[in-house]
Design a protein. Structure first.
Length: 440
């Protein structure tokens, strides 16, 4: 289904660039999980020719991968179609275990402490040993709202697509099941769908119910605990295996397909304020990848979670109240989410020059090289990620202090990373594409 085109003031085109990090790199894969925290992107597991058990961190500034430990007793085994979210310096991984008699009696939750760089034995916590908790599942959605992780749906062995809706309180590490609504209407059973959070609501799109693909769109209000079906005249077609992210006051939906073997490269944008869909065009000279069962991760202030903590006395307050994480203390990274522009402009004195990139054609033939005659202190430079990593900068990775590296991360332009997915590139490192939205 097609939608209206953007006007100049509403958005621009999508600018796509493929990245080629230095070795070592993880192998290409699909049905993995990824999330970002403090300027780094983490990926875990997935599948190539078999189910994988590896854990990697990608540094966006240095354009390099680092393999992390995933062999301890507290670490997860091989996983696929699982979820991973970040909250206050902790990664929470749920589901994705291969079904067996052994996994049926095992808790499908793992915790990684980023500061300590180690997996934590979440199973040893007394509150974990409770009768009411979700069973292992695949293809579910997981989002962070306030101080809780919300898990919807998924495929449960033997039972099929699930309508379960669960909440994990990060403070107590206790699970609670959320009712769909007072009138029992809601999205119903599904897996391979997408979900995002905006303004204290969770938005859910598409997926698979049994053998039937879906294109319905739902909103769950955390204050009223009510589901609302959002009906629009335009929007994406039936999608499974797609990805979604919150960008400013919009939801971005990328890729996926109506069936498993037909991945698309469509990018859709839904406005939470005007309640309308638009399909975002690809900038001339660029090629967007066609991907299914990939992952996407947003970086930059415009992709930061836009979730308002429920007010005192709200229905959600008792279950998802704000807290200082006592189990795994970590400092909060405070980033400004308001007032950002779609392509930031700033000056940069030095940056590590990563390996070569496959770039789109230059947007303007008049753009001069950064080593040209123009004085960057007077003119400034619009820093796309391609420019930030050009080899004309002579500074090496060792020249960067950690503080400088973190400062650069805070000022990178907003970008969406699309990682892995089918079709795979045989015997090649995992594919990484980054997308920015042009201002016009």
């Amino acid at each position: 289904m097609t939608g209206p085109s953007y006007s100049m003031g509403q958005s621009g085109n999508s600018l796509w660039t493929q990245l080629f990090p230095s070795s070592p790199s993880p192998c290409d894969r699909y049905k993995h999980a990824s999330c970002s925290y403090d300027g780094n992107v983490y990926i875990l597991g997935g599948r190539d020719n078999s189910c994988l058990r590896d854990f990697w961190r990608y540094n966006i500034v240095c354009n390099e991968w680092t393999e992390l430990s995933c062999t301890s007793e507290a670490a997860p085994e091989e996983l696929e179609e699982h979820s991973m979210v970040a909250h206050e310096g902790i990664l929470y991984v749920f589901g994705g275990m291969l079904d067996s008699a052994y996994t049926k009696c095992k808790c499908a939750l793992w915790v990684f402490d980023i500061d300590k760089q180690k997996w934590v034995q979440s199973q040893e916590k007394p509150s974990i040993r409770q009768a009411q908790m979700p069973t292992n599942r695949k293809g579910h959605s997981a989002v962070v709202m306030g101080s809780a992780m919300l898990v919807y749906g998924g495929y449960v062995d033997i039972k099929g697509s699930s309508p379960d809706f669960w909440s994990l309180n990060f403070d107590t590490m206790a699970w609670s099941q959320l009712s769909e609504s007072q009138n029992s209407s809601g999205p119903g059973p599904r897996h391979n769908h997408s979900a995002v959070v905006y303004d204290n609501c969770m938005y859910l799109f598409g997926g698979l119910r049994g053998l039937r693909e879906l294109r319905d769109f739902w909103r769950w209000n955390s204050s009223s605990h009510m589901w609302t079906s959002l009906r629009t005249k335009s929007g994406p077609s039936k999608l499974i295996g797609h990805s979604a992210a919150t960008y400013k006051d919009c939801m971005l939906v990328f890729g996926g397909g109506e069936i498993q073997n037909t991945p698309t490269n469509s990018l859709w944008r839904y406005s939470f304020t005007s309640h309308t869909w638009w399909q975002v065009a690809v900038h001339p000279g660029c090629n967007a990848p066609s991907k299914i069962h990939h992952s996407c991760t947003g970086l930059g202030s415009s992709y930061e979670a836009n979730t308002i903590v429920p007010s005192v006395g709200s229905r959600l307050n008792d279950k998802h109240r704000p807290f200082k994480n006592r189990c795994f203390p970590a400092s909060l990274t405070s980033l400004e989410s308001e007032g950002a522009i779609e392509m930031e402009t700033f000056r940069l004195d030095k940056c590590y020059a990563g390996d070569s990139f496959s770039r789109c054609s230059e947007l303007e033939s008049s753009n001069q090289d950064l080593t040209g005659n123009k004085d960057p202190e007077k003119t400034g430079n619009c820093l796309t990620f391609e420019k930030a990593n050009r080899t004309l900068w002579s500074y090496k990775k060792d020249d960067l202090l950690q503080g400088e590296d973190e400062d650069i991360v805070k000022h990178l332009p907003d970008l969406l990373l699309v990682i892995g997915g089918r079709p795979l590139t045989c015997h090649s490192p995992i594919s990484i594409w980054h997308m920015t939205l042009t201002a016009s």
